[in-house]
Ligand binder design. Structure first.
Ligand code: ADP
Length: 423
């Protein structure tokens, strides 16, 4: 058949997945790989592990479908940074992982960046770059910085130094100006910064040797990607301003598509660009982790069945795993509040679910107060989204329709970017 297919790959924190879809969004194949554990000098050799995983996934795609793959896009963990030598194509040091902190670089970064800029966090890509720059003394002239997704895509297309504006946000790229700011370009390491495209932009065709080894077509296009959390948002297909995705896993994260960009460092609120719109996000420390401390998943399902979601619970909690909250209230000293505990566990759970729903509502209210497009519809994902009673409670507390996302895999979102880049 002549049907074209689009391949998305997600390189997450614990493993990698692929999704192969057609232009109507139907999945033709999908799969998963754990990262193989390779050690080098007593440390995890991530470069070899990610590279092998990429080629294992290319080989996991059913051979009969490979000739139909029109384009490929990849997402990776945000702020995972690889500094490589542009002449040899080799990494100059081991990769900096997404959650790794480089506090040694913070004073310098804070002295050059505007106050409260996203780069002013020890784990930002810019802190990683500055930390490397200050501790290495060779190969600095030919070095180039890539994010994890950029590097994996480079293995496929071979053009060095290309990124997207979602991955580049934490190195300091300004998505509104569509350029690096002058305070960054004036730094001695600015020649390491990759060029930046919109996510889902055609970069080039797949390299000849890979194409012939695996049986992908000659005109298979490789496109810029995004970060893993944005790819997961794209998967839910909230494409109109006012549509939002609440992810209720161990923690509660909300993401809202807005016509206006909103930033507030006090609450950890910032916006990613998505073409002509903004993806505004905030993350609370409340969420399912507290539930898991109190109940097993089976108990949760059983107790939830007995809740009447149309009735408001009078219990007012603030479920937290540890002291401190950032969004929608900024209070590093906030204590978890889970008392008084009623004797009846159904009432207790009802109170907790309702309290988390109130925090979700407060989150959307805060984004609106900060200037974002008001939320009209919530799509939900994560372990908590399985709970039908909780969805009903949330609809009542939010005063909005809440539905479960059909697709939640970041790999699916990356495949949507592959569609975008193929046209
Ligand atoms: P993670 O953020 O760790 O990936 P998941 O999306 O896998 O989390 O969701 C796991 C969370 O979902 C757990 O914290 C668990 O308490 C919660 N959970 C599981 N089943 C239910 C349920 N029926 N109702 C509410 N929460 C649930």
């Amino acid at each position: 058949s002549g049907k074209k297919l689009y391949l998305g790959m997600d390189f997450g924190t614990s493993g990698a997945r692929y999704a192969l879809i057609d232009n109507e969004g139907s999945i033709h194949a999908e799969g998963k790989r754990e990262y193989p554990l390779y050690m080098k000098e007593e440390k995890m050799d991530w470069i070899q592990s990610w590279k092998d995983t990429l080629f294992l996934l290319l080989d996991d795609v059913p051979a009969s479908l490979r000739p139909a793959v029109a384009s490929i896009a990849i997402d990776g963990t945000s702020a995972t940074t690889i500094i490589m030598d542009s002449t040899s194509g080799r990494p100059l040091c081991r990769p900096f992982l997404y959650n790794e902190s480089c506090p040694d670089a913070l004073p310098l970064v804070k002295s050059i960046a505007p106050a409260k800029h996203t780069v002013c966090s020890g784990s930002s890509t810019l802190c990683k770059l500055v930390s490397w720059w200050n501790s290495y003394d060779s190969s600095k002239e030919s070095a180039v910085l890539l994010h994890q997704a950029d590097w994996l895509l480079w293995l496929l297309h071979g053009k060095l130094g290309v990124s997207d504006y979602n991955n580049a946000l934490k190195v300091g790229y300004d998505p509104e100006m569509d350029s690096y700011p002058s305070w960054l370009l004036s730094q001695p390491y600015s020649h390491l910064l990759p060029s930046v495209q919109a996510p889902g932009t055609k970069i080039g065709c797949i390299k000849e040797d890979i194409r012939t080894n695996f049986g992908y077509p000659k005109d298979c296009v490789i496109c810029t990607g995004t970060t893993d959390s944005i790819a997961a948002f794209l998967a839910a297909r909230a494409t109109q301003p006012g549509k939002a995705v609440t992810s209720l896993g161990s923690t509660l994260a909300i993401k809202l598509l807005s016509t206006r960009r909103v930033e507030d460092a006090r609450f950890g609120v910032y916006s990613h660009r998505l073409d002509d719109k903004w993806l505004v996000g905030g993350a609370s420390n409340t969420g399912g982790a507290v539930l898991r401390q109190l109940f097993t998943d089976e108990q949760l399902a059983k107790l939830s069945e007995q809740i009447n979601p149309l009735e408001a619970s009078p219990l007012d909690y603030y479920p937290l795993q540890a002291v401190g909250e950032r969004f929608p209230v900024s209070d590093p000293n906030m204590e978890p509040r889970l008392h008084p505990r009623p004797e009846n566990d159904v009432e207790y759970l009802h109170g907790i679910l309702e309290s988390i729903a109130r925090i979700e509502a407060k989150g959307y209210k805060l984004l609106k107060d900060l200037g974002a497009t008001p939320v009209e519809e919530v799509i939900t994902s994560g372990g908590g989204s399985k709970n039908e009673k909780w969805i009903k409670i949330r609809e009542r507390v939010l005063g909005l329709p809440v539905c479960r996302a059909d697709q939640t895999e970041a790999a699916y979102g990356a495949a949507l970017l592959a569609i975008k880049g193929s046209s």
